[in-house]
Design a protein around this ligand. Structure first.
Ligand SMILES: C=C(O[C@H]1C=CC=C(C(=O)O)[C@@H]1O)C(=O)O
Length: 465
């Protein structure tokens, strides 16, 4: 469903031209973007921020040229179709020619095909959204660019320089006091949910299930997304810091990156907490950390959990690839709050000779990979059914794909973890999410502690200092 009303066909549209929104897109190089890692986020004018940033590189966007909302099981395919329609009608001048320059859309999609309770609470809440910003600022290494997007026929919309001055940068505001309360299932009750998951696994119904919980934060002032993004991007540098349509976080897990025929996925599953409990890491490589890393790398429970996740990603990518590299042994990813077992799966897309148009888009690859066993379980259907039956939580867009797609279909999609959903109604109610992979040898109390550690990034982001 188009939410942005397409203006009537313009006078210059050729007779018989297909209907639909026509975009005029210009990308020019930017020479004066400050070198610091926060430069992209610092340029966001207000709280309606779109972002996908890591190590100071990435994309931020603001304003809305087009918005497309999708619902239910067809949400990815519908979004992919609409994206192709937009591309077919767009006129793009891109003098930079890097991934993320030219026409891009940011997107965020629900974890599940159905969201329990949606009908009563908010029948209009979409389970997928693609947003084409009016302005995108991007950086990759030492190159930076600015993209502006205009909708043909929208004569009231500012263009060119006018467009930038239409979005003056407002001061960033803090959330003030923050109260945290139990979400759908309280912390005291959640171990029983995990115990039920373990019992079902031990009964042979399935091998792994990922169970999640939420915590509700109520803030004194409406949340300014830029406050969260700035804190997440500087404290969780190794993660992809994102904001799309009220879903904000810093995810360490990349569902898929597709770039010029090469695909990559960073698969995470298997976790150990770092004991200091803070957000800023202790000196990397101190003795306690090395010990914990070694303990994680040898933990048969975590290795099993990880293996399920890697296998699910490899199996989903395989039909699209002419060759793949799936490392046999995971590495340990150090984050400020936790360490994870991690595997970088890479592949070459089949049919390279046929060109970009014949390649599956990054969005359709994300659809094929979702939900991986890092966020759902094994076998997928049994795990998803069990999640629906016992989790008691509407995951909404938590654990769903979030990221961006470009004009050639390439793009990057993370899994929306270490994330929160800001209520559009008042921007003062924020749902924080965390989930844990459960296998036969899991311990409910340890999983609760792990979920607390996974909530830390968003709790930290909400603090004023
Ligand atoms: C489901 C989450 O984490 C996944 C990713 C990394 C490690 C995980 C684990 O060890 O359980 C989870 O599979 C979450 O952070 O909410």
């Amino acid at each position: 469903m188009w939410v942005t009303e397409a203006p009537p066909p313009s006078d210059d549209a050729p007779p018989g031209a297909p209907d639909g929104p026509r975009l005029v897109v210009r990308t020019t190089a930017v020479d004066d973007l400050p070198a610091d890692a926060s430069a992209l986020i610092d340029r966001l004018p207000d709280s309606a921020a779109l972002a996908w940033v890591r190590h100071g590189d990435g994309l931020v966007g603001w304003g809305e040229a087009l918005r497309f909302e999708t619902f239910g099981p067809g949400r990815f395919a519908d979004a992919d179709d609409k994206w192709r329609q937009v591309l077919a009608l767009a006129e793009v001048q891109d003098e930079v020619g890097l991934p993320g320059s030219g026409l891009v859309a940011f997107g965020s999609f629900a974890f599940d095909d159905v969201s329990p309770g949606d009908e009563e609470e908010d029948p209009a809440r979409a389970s997928g959204v693609l947003v084409v910003p009016r302005v995108v600022l991007g950086r990759r290494g030492d190159r930076a660019w600015l993209t502006t997007v205009a909708l043909v026929g929208d004569r009231s919309a500012p263009v060119g320089d006018e467009l930038l001055s239409a979005y003056p940068v407002q001061p960033v505001t803090g959330p003030g006091r923050v109260a945290l309360t139990d979400g759908a299932v309280g912390a005291d009750d959640w171990p029983a949910v995990v115990a039920e998951g373990i019992a079902r696994i031990q009964a042979g119904e399935l091998e792994k299930v990922v169970l999640a919980r939420d915590v509700v934060a109520t803030t004194e002032h409406p949340v300014d997304t830029r406050h969260l993004l700035g804190r997440l991007a500087s404290a969780y540098e190794a993660c992809w810091t994102f904001s799309v349509d009220g879903m904000v976080g810093a995810t360490p897990e990349l569902l898929v990156r597709s770039e010029k025929g090469l695909v990559a996925s960073r698969v995470l599953a298997g976790t150990i907490r770092r004991d200091h409990g803070g957000t800023t890491p202790d000196t990397q490589g101190d003795d306690a950390d090395l010990l914990r890393a070694a303990q994680l790398a040898r933990s048969s429970k975590d290795l099993e959990e990880h293996e399920f996740a890697v296998r699910s990603v490899a199996a989903a990518l395989e039909p699209y690839c002419s060759s793949m590299n799936v490392p046999e042994v995971p590495f340990v990813l150090h984050l400020p709050n936790v360490m994870h077992l991690a595997t970088d799966v890479t592949g070459v897309l089949a049919g390279q000779d046929a060109g970009a148009a014949a390649r599956p888009s990054s969005l359709s690859l994300a659809a094929a990979l979702h939900p991986s066993a890092a966020v759902c379980g094994t076998p997928t259907t049994a795990a998803r059914d069990l999640i629906r039956e016992i989790e008691g939580l509407d995951r909404a867009r938590y654990a769903g794909p979030v990221g961006w797609v470009g004009a050639d279909g390439d793009g990057e999609w993370g899994i929306a973890l270490r994330s929160a959903e800001i209520s559009p109604k008042n921007r003062r109610t924020i749902r924080l999410f965390a989930g844990c992979g459960i296998v036969s040898a899991s311990d409910p109390a340890a999983e609760l502690a792990e979920s607390e550690a996974k909530l830390e990034p968003m709790r930290y982001a909400l603090r004023t200092r």
